[in-house]
Ligand binder design. Structure first.
Ligand code: ATP
Length: 281
């Protein structure tokens, strides 16, 4: 069941677009989530933050239906994602844009064709309209002039912007951004931050942003969830998290190196490990 503050949030939000309830998920013996509850309101930007390796990308994949939970539910616009038929899931995905860290571009298609791809797969639009839509999206990410380039000719940051143009090609209702700012120089970073906010304000898009770029993310988020140790550690508006006195929240939101959140992935004693050569890794 949702905790009290989440109940409050549901009341505040007329119609949540995504609801995550009692989500449990393990990879082998490792529990990634031990009961996650979240409400993503329609038309808002919700940020998901937390230490590296805590499961943020995994959570987006559970929301997008690429992974199935061990227990709990994800509902999008009222539909239980993991109980849908393949056909219905495909239909739901058409309404979602996803920008994943590993979301590589198709290497044998140029920039233009990469962005046109979802339009060709999911619609019967005439070529002239496809062209207009592709150029519009490329213009939005500042890469209209790069449309003839192949992915191999792009920098990492440019490739992410093309991937973003592709993710918004179908004007999705929900967009999941996994580290959208990685590899961006300060100018394109600023443009992307504004673009994410503008897509949301102008088109009423519901956005979920996973990012380690705390300042940029907090500047556009309406609401923030901080996850750690398989659970929601804190949630609130950027302003409320900024003044949160919890040591773990402070460490994370203010980027402090020392604090209760460990930097290291769990490991045996370092000294013992160094002494124990024995031909092992
Ligand atoms: N395909 C996989 N097989 C097995 N374990 C995986 C796989 N993908 C991720 N994991 C594990 O699941 C955990 C969560 O990974 P995930 O990528 O969701 O974290 P994250 O919070 O997005 O990390 P980061 O902030 O560093 O991108 C990690 O411990 C990782 O080692």
């Amino acid at each position: 069941m949702f905790d009290n503050s989440l109940q409050e949030r549901i009341r505040m939000t007329d119609s949540p677009f995504v609801e995550v309830e009692g989500l449990h998920y393990a990879r082998g013996e490792t529990a990634i989530f031990r009961g996650i509850d979240m409400v993503i309101p329609r038309g808002q930007v919700t940020a998901i933050m937390g230490p590296s390796g805590t499961g943020k990308t995994t959570l987006l994949k559970l929301v997008g239906g690429q992974l199935a939970p061990d227990a709990g539910r994800v509902r999008i616009d009222g539909e239980d994602v993991h109980r849908l038929s393949r056909k219905s899931l495909f239909g739901l995905r058409r309404r979602m844009g996803m920008l994943f860290q590993s979301g590589a571009l198709f290497s044998d298609l140029n920039v233009y064709e990469n962005v046109a791809f979802p339009l060709r797969v999911h619609t019967d639009l005439p070529e002239s309209m496809i062209r207009d839509l592709v150029l519009l999206k490329l213009q939005a990410v500042g890469l209209r002039g790069a449309r003839e380039l192949s992915p191999a000719e792009l920098s990492g940051g440019m490739a992410r912007r093309v991937a973003l143009a592709r993710a918004i090609a179908l004007d999705p209702e929900l967009i999941l951004y996994d580290e959208p700012f990685v590899g961006q120089d300060p100018i394109s970073m600023g443009v992307l931050v504004q673009l994410i906010r503008r897509l949301n304000d102008a088109l009423g898009l519901t956005a979920v942003v996973v990012s380690h770029d705390i300042k940029e993310t907090l500047s556009i988020a309406d609401y923030v969830y901080v996850i750690a140790d398989g659970q929601v550690m804190a949630h609130g508006t950027p302003e409320s998290l900024d003044v949160d006195q919890d040591a773990r929240v402070r460490q994370f939101v203010h980027g402090e190196p020392d604090g209760p959140v460990p930097f290291h992935y769990p490991a045996t004693d370092f000294h013992a490990d160094l002494m124990d050569a024995g031909g092992r890794q």
